[in-house]
Design a protein around this ligand. Structure first.
Ligand SMILES: Cc1cc2nc3c(=O)[nH]c(=O)nc-3n(C[C@H](O)[C@H](O)[C@H](O)COP(=O)(O)OP(=O)(O)OC[C@H]3O[C@@H](n4cnc5c(N)ncnc54)[C@H](O)[C@@H]3O)c2cc1C
Length: 366
C-alpha cells in the first residue's frame, strides 16, 4: 500500500515489457500489480518468435549492461538455436550471414517472464481488461477500479494510456503468419522486395516446422491485401498449416517521451521495436528493466521518472537511431523494381545490408 493508493505501481499488460517492469520494480522493493486481459498471458501466439542470443544481443546493443541477468531464457522456451541468417531478395538467392538466434516457444517464454516477476514479488490479475485510466485510477471493463501512485502502460501498440494521453502516432505494420509442419533447415530467413512492400517476410525454422509470415506498409501495397501477399509468400513452402495468427507492429521506432506525470509507457506502447529487423521482445525487456528500476528509485528516493528516458537513450539511443535511419532508407529502396533490388543484393553490398539489418551505421557517415 502506498499513501492512499491500493498499490504503488500498476502495470497494464504482462507481456515482455510489463512483466520485466514488474520484475525489476518488485526486486527493488516496489509493491506492484500487473493487470492483463489475457488468460494465460502470451496466448494466442502473435509472433515470429525470433530473438538474438545473449551473445548476439551484446554485439547488437553494446551499451546495454548485464544481458545475462535480463535474458534468462530457459531451455523449455527455446525451440531451435539457429546460427545462420539468410537475407533474401526477390530472386530467392540469399546473402548468408552468421547470426546467433533462438526461435522461441513464445508462449512458454512469456509464461517464464511472468513467473520471474511473480518470484520477485509482483502480483498478477489476469483475464481482466483495462478500459481506461483516469488520474490515479485504473478502471477495468467489469467496473472494478484500482488506484496506484505510478501507472505503467505496457499494453502493446494499442495501450490505453498511449491511446488516451499521447498524440504522437506510430507507423503500424499489419502482420500475418502461420505455423507450418515440415523440415525447413537451420537458417532463419528474412525476405525483402515486392513480396512484402514496405515491410518484410520471414521463415524461422522451429524444432519441428516453422513460423512463416509477412508484414507490409499499406501505403506501399497498391490496393493488394495483406491476405493475398501472405498467401502468395506462404505458398513457396510446403507443409500442413497448424496455426494462423495476425497482429500489428509499431515500425517507426520510439516516440519522443515515455513519461507524463505519473504515467509511464514501455515496450510496443512506446514504439520499442527496431524497425530495420522487427525485433521487439528483447527491446521491450531492455526498456522494461530500466523503467522498473527507475520507478522503484522514484518510490524510494524521489528519482524523477524522466530518468528512465535518459537511461534508455544512453543504452539504446544509437541503436534505435541507426535502425530508424536504415528503415527509412530501406523503405525508399524497396519501392524499386525487383530486378534492381536483385542487382543491389550482391557481394559488394553484403556488408552494408548486414549493417542496416543489425542497426549499425550503414556507411561511415550515415
Ligand atoms: C505477428 C508478429 C510477429 C512478431 N515477431 C517478432 C519476432 O520474431 N521477434 C521479436 O523480437 N519481436 C516480434 N514481434 C514484436 C513483439 O511481439 C513485440 O514487440 C513484443 O511483444 C512487445 O512486448 P510488449 O510487452 O510491449 O507488448 P505485448 O507483447 O503485445 O503485450 C501486451 C500485453 O498487454 C495486454 N493488454 C493490452 N491492452 C490491455 C488492456 N486494455 N487491459 C489489459 N491488458 C491489456 C495484452 O493482453 C498483452 O498481454 C512480432 C509482433 C507481431 C505482431
Amino acid at each position: 500500500m502506498s499513501d492512499n493508493f491500493d498499490r504503488e505501481v500498476i502495470v497494464i499488460g504482462g507481456g515482455p515489457a510489463g512483466s520485466t517492469v514488474a520484475r525489476y520494480a518488485a526486486l527493488d522493493g516496489a509493491d506492484v500489480l500487473v493487470i492483463d486481459g489475457r488468460d494465460p498471458i502470451g496466448t494466442p501466439l502473435q509472433c515470429g518468435e525470433l530473438v538474438p542470443t545473449n551473445d548476439e544481443m551484446r554485439r547488437l546493443c553494446p551499451d546495454v549492461p548485464d544481458m545475462d541477468d535480463l535474458f534468462q531464457t530457459p531451455k523449455s522456451a527455446i525451440s531451435r538455436h539457429s546460427k545462420e541468417m539468410h537475407i533474401v531478395p526477390p530472386s530467392g538467392k540469399p546473402l548468408k550471414f552468421d547470426f546467433d538466434g533462438y526461435v522461441l516457444n513464445r508462449v512458454a517464454h512469456d509464461e517464464f517472464l511472468v513467473d520471474l516477476a511473480k518470484s520477485a514479488g509482483a502480483d498478477f490479475l489476469i483475464n481482466s481488461r483495462v478500459d481506461k485510466v483516469e488520474g490515479n485510477s485504473v478502471v477495468l471493463r467489469n467496473g472494478d477500479t484500482y488506484t496506484a501512485k505510478v501507472i505503467v502502460d505496457a499494453g502493446g501498440h494499442n495501450g490505453v494510456i498511449r491511446r488516451d494521453y499521447w498524440t504522437e502516432k506510430s507507423t503500424k505494420i499489419p502482420v500475418k503468419f502461420v505455423l507450418m509442419e515440415g523440415d525447413f533447415g537451420d537458417a532463419v530467413e528474412l525476405h525483402f522486395g515486392s513480396m512484402a512492400p514496405g515491410g518484410y517476410a520471414w521463415m524461422f525454422p522451429k524444432s519441428s516446422g516453422a513460423n512463416i509470415g509477412l508484414g507490409i506498409q499499406r501505403s506501399f501495397s497498391k490496393g493488394k491485401s495483406l491476405n493475398d501477399y501472405t498467401e502468395e509468400f506462404i505458398s513457396n513452402y510446403n507443409g500442413e498449416i497448424t496455426f494462423n495468427g495476425a497482429g500489428s507492429l509499431p515500425m517507426s521506432g520510439t516516440i519522443k517521451k515515455f513519461v507524463k506525470g505519473n504515467y509511464v509507457l514501455v515496450g510496443d506502447a512506446a514504439g520499442m521495436v527496431l524497425p530495420s529487423n522487427g525485433a521487439g521482445i528483447t527491446i521491450a525487456m531492455i526498456g522494461g528493466r530500466i523503467a522498473g528500476q527507475v520507478i522503484a528509485g522514484h518510490l524510494k528516493s524521489g528519482t524523477p521518472l524522466e530518468e528512465y528516458e535518459k537511461l534508455w537513450k544512453k543504452q539504446m539511443g544509437k541503436v534505435m537511431a541507426n535502425s530508424k535511419r536504415s528503415f527509412k532508407i530501406g523503405s525508399l529502396l524497396f519501392r524499386l523494381p525487383d530486378w534492381i533490388l536483385n542487382m543491389m543484393f550482391n557481394r559488394l553490398t553484403k556488408g552494408i545490408i548486414w549493417r542496416a539489418v543489425t542497426c549499425r551505421k550503414m556507411f561511415w557517415v550515415v
